[in-house]
Structure formats: structure tokens, C-alpha cells
Design a protein around this ligand. Structure first.
Ligand code: ACO
Length: 328
């Protein structure tokens, strides 16, 4: 029995930059999945292998995929060496097929050299899809200033629809209880974050994370925008990118007359924490709570909620945090 959360690895692969004679033409950043049960079942295990390794490599921007399954020994039904294994009588699990049920087959390479060629070609040619709505920079101790861009798009864009089929695998592995969204519904609004790297006269984009939002009806003729899936890939977490993405979506809501409320579907603890910090920062810099003292009337609560487009519950949380922060 192999525990898939331990033997599975995801890799973001990019060309080896600035090292023309480097022995490897590519380099990568790796991370592990948090969950694998959508693919391998509730127990997150596969049967029939010793020394199983599942490595799924992605070109870092265009997200084309090279799944590689390796093992030291495989259970063969009927063979004498299999007598002591715990594999099912039907034989070992078909890991490749289990994965390919969730990956877009036409964008998966079976040959490593072809994948490496794609890493090099796509680094030159891949550009984010959609409309650029925000950009920002970060100081990095390793490489000086780093640049990031946020784009907005939808499934009306056929090119993006195909790209999203490659992207969505990450949410299964990193967001608890997530599932694939309906790509034929053109109302989804999707925000993507990229790192833009300028190197030797060319520009390379690396995928950082994304958020899917859905516009629901808000009586009588407005919109409640709901954040559905929100993900920053592990190598980029805790660097402020989630906050930038959330603030960008929130600012979009504040500037849109049709949007009356921003809600979140089933937020994780980490997301709720990040959202609280960002909402509090925005409310404080906009003097939302000036002169506010307990007890806060329903009327004040409603006015604040409507002005800042937060849900009743989220506004209550923020008011409580504000009042508690004032307690001596
Ligand atoms: N350097 C160091 N730390 C920083 C920096 C920085 N420059 N900027 C922010 N931080 C800290 C923040 O203070 C915060 O730390 P703390 O909460 O421990 O005090 C922490 O980093 C988080 O803030 P961000 O960096 O802005 O958040 P991040 O980019 O990590 O995104 C998120 C948060 C979305 C939860 C991400 O970790 C993630 O994708 N996790 C896995 C999937 C997930 O849980 N998604 C949400 C599911 S809910 C839903 O989809 C609706």
C-alpha cells in the first residue's frame, strides 16, 4: 500500500536561466499535495507497488503537464513474489488512468525530452490570458525586485477554457472539499496571478495562483459576487500574494455598481485569517469605525455592510475585532 500524499510530488519547471553550460536544461520548484482523496479515494492510498513515486511536472507558465509514475516493484497477480503483498486480487491499481481521469490528456506529455522542449518553447511564447487589471512588486532577498501581474478572464475565451483544464488539478490537491467547476457556464469570472520575469531581453511568466468567482443574483437587480476557489501555490504562499489577489477582487467589487456584496464559499481557516486582515486594513484606512462604540445598532451595522459590500457575518466579525482592539 502506498500513501499517495507522501509519494506524490508536483513540480513547476522552468528553463535553467543564465547557465548555458548547465548539465540540466531545466530547473524546478517542488511541492506536495495536501489532499489526494478526490483522485485516489478516501484512504488516499494505491495498492500493488513498492517504492511508488508519482511526479507531475508542469511548465511553469503555460502549465503543460508531464506525469511520471515510477516504482521499484509492482505486484503481478499469480507470480510467486506477489504472494506476500497486500495488493487486491485484481492486480495493482492503474495509477496512470486514475490520474488521467482528472488531467487533460491532450496536454500531457509521455516523453520527457518533448516536455523539456515545451518548457523552453513555452517560456518564450506563453503570455497570460485575459485583461491585466493589477500589477505589483516585491523585494526578494535572492533576486532583488520581483514583478507580479493579475489578470481577469472568463470561459467565453476558448483559449482560457483549455488553459483552465490544466490549472484546475491544483485545487483538488490543495483546497479541501473542492471539485471542478462547470466550464460551460460563461458567467464565471476568473482571476489569475503571474510572476513576470525579465531575463536576457525576454520575458517569462510563471503561474502563481488563481481565484474563481461567480456572480449570483442579488435582489432586486444586482449582483452578489461569490469567491469559490482561491489558491496560491505553496512555493508562493505567505509572501502577500493571496492578500494582493483578494484586495484586487475586493477593489473591483467596490468600483462596480452592480456588485452589492462579496461573499466566500466555505472559507478555510487560512483564507478566513487572510480575509480578516485585509478587510480590517481596508476598513481602518477608510475610517469605517470612527466614533464607533458598543453596543452597535442594527442600523449602523446595515449602513456599514452596505457601504463596504461585506456580508452581515463578516461585518459583525470586523466590528467585533475593532471593538476588542480598543479594549484596554
Ligand atoms: N513575507 C512574509 N510573510 C508575509 C508576507 C511577506 N511579504 N506578506 C504576508 N505575509 C504573511 C501574512 O502576515 C500572513 O501570515 P500569518 O497569517 O501567519 O500572520 C500570511 O503571510 C498569509 O498572507 P498572504 O501571504 O497574503 O496569503 P497567501 O498568499 O499565503 O494566501 C491562502 C493565503 C490563499 C490561504 C494560501 O495559503 C492558499 O492558497 N492555501 C491553500 C489553499 C487554500 O486553503 N485556499 C483557500 C480555500 S477557501 C476558498 O477557496 C474560498
Amino acid at each position: 500500500i502506498s500513501k499517495t500524499t507522501a509519494c506524490m510530488e508536483l513540480r513547476l519547471v522552468q528553463p535553467q536561466l543564465g547557465h548555458p553550460d548547465a548539465s540540466e536544461p531545466v530547473s524546478y520548484t517542488a511541492f506536495e499535495p495536501t489532499f489526494t482523496y478526490p483522485i485516489f479515494g478516501e484512504q488516499e492510498v494505491v495498492f500493488g507497488y513498492k517504492g511508488l513515486s508519482i511526479k507531475i511536472s508542469y511548465t511553469s507558465g503555460s502549465l503543460r503537464i508531464y506525469p511520471c509514475i515510477d516504482y521499484k516493484q509492482k505486484y503481478e497477480p499469480g507470480s510467486s513474489s506477489s504472494a506476500t503483498t497486500t495488493a487486491t486480487p485484481e492486480g495493482p491499481d492503474d495509477v496512470s488512468n486514475m490520474l488521467l481521469d482528472f488531467l487533460p490528456k491532450q496536454d500531457c506529455f509521455s516523453n520527457y525530452d518533448e516536455f523539456v522542449r515545451a518548457v523552453q518553447e513555452d517560456a518564450e511564447s506563453f503570455r497570460p490570458i485575459g485583461e491585466k487589471i493589477h500589477e505589483y512588486s516585491r523585494e526578494s532577498s535572492e533576486s532583488g525586485e520581483e514583478h507580479f501581474e493579475i489578470y481577469r478572464t472568463s470561459f467565453i475565451n476558448e483559449k482560457f477554457k483549455k488553459y483552465h483544464r490544466r490549472m484546475q488539478f491544483f485545487v483538488l490537491l490543495l483546497i479541501e472539499g473542492s471539485s471542478y467547476i462547470e466550464e460551460n457556464d460563461e458567467k464565471w469570472e476568473i482571476y489569475t496571478v503571474y510572476k513576470r520575469q525579465n531575463t536576457g531581453g525576454s520575458t517569462i511568466y510563471h503561474f502563481v495562483g488563481y481565484c474563481t468567482t461567480y456572480p449570483f443574483f442579488y435582489w432586486p437587480e444586482c449582483t452578489r459576487l461569490r469567491i469559490s476557489q482561491f489558491l496560491i501555490l505553496p512555493p508562493y504562499q505567505k509572501e502577500g500574494h493571496g492578500s494582493e489577489l483578494y484586495q484586487t477582487i475586493y477593489s473591483t467589487c467596490m468600483s462596480r455598481n452592480d456588485v452589492k456584496e462579496l461573499t466566500v464559499e466555505d472559507p478555510s481557516e487560512d483564507f478566513a485569517d487572510m480575509r480578516d486582515r485585509n478587510d480590517m486594513r481596508y476598513l481602518n484606512t477608510h475610517n469605517a469605525f470612527d466614533k464607533l462604540v458598543a453596543p452597535v445598532s442594527r442600523k449602523t451595522m446595515k449602513e456599514l455592510r452596505q457601504k463596504f459590500k461585506l456580508t452581515d457575518r463578516q461585518m459583525q466579525r470586523c466590528i467585533e475585532m475593532y471593538l476588542l482592539s480598543r479594549v484596554n
